[in-house]
Design a binder for this molecule. Sequence first.
Ligand code: MG
Length: 336
Amino acid sequence: MPLRLEFRRYRLPFRRPVLTARGAWTEREGFVVRLEDADTGAVGWGEVAPIPHFGTETVEAAGAALARLAAEPTRESLAAVGAELPCTQFALAEARAGLCGPPPLPVRRLPVTALLPAGRAALGVVAARADEGYVNYKWKVGVEPAAAELALLDRVTDRLPAGAKLRLDANGAWDAPTAERWLAACAGRPIEFIEQPFPPGRETAMFALERRFPVRFALDESIARLADLHRWLEFGWPGFYVVKPALCGPTGALRRALADFEVEAVFSSAFETTVGLRSALHLAFGANQDERAVGFGTIGAFADDAFNPPTPGPFVSTEWVSRLDPAEVWARLGSN
Ligand code: MG
């Protein structure tokens, strides 16, 4: 079965710069991949959306690999891409799987996490999202002095709808005394978990701290590399795992690892276009998890609305995902 592999590069500015520990991130770069079986006419889609500071390949390295593979693509050569190119592996695994048609999915819907900006700006946003019906929220902390943020905690949680849960994401910014102050303040409040309180490398300190307080932790930056995810799975990290499928290599291997270890995975965005979003949500819907909210409050982040899917609102359904059409993104990139 001869294959035809094509790819188109994208460079999409964000509507607002994404603030990270490394400063402002202003545009998303990556590739959309189209794979066609010349005999059957079947088409599969994938997206390469790297974040090099999370340990992935660069856009340039992915582009070089795609160019090499496109010269003479075979199922074997596409499956043989190495672990040093995890985002390329993800895209090609999805494209190959797509040749067999979309995966069968149960009819499901999952809550979408509403993202709250750091500091006081969170107050207005939480009230607006509560009116829209969101039941899960994530507040970026560790941005302003801890005392100022802690003084806002009650006001943020007071604005949550009844039964709603709040995730705190420290992006590794805390030291031990700061973490202890937060953990004491969070006890008895509707905090689902705290994401990455300490930076990668300090997981044992997180583990020790988590045992002393009722609030649970989630690893995010610590498990950005697939090898690190496996290391903490085997260690038996007792908290949640924030999984960004687009950064995690071949989806089949990720699906098996999560199932084998029965982890509490929190599926999350890496700021993909519709193509990668569709793959990541297929994985989230197919995973054997309860009604855990997905971290895809990033939908709508691109400045060019033509690349934003319609907002799913507070819940994303398999039906919503089935309407996402990679061919539309492909056509738009071709006409740019
Ligand atoms: Mg995080």
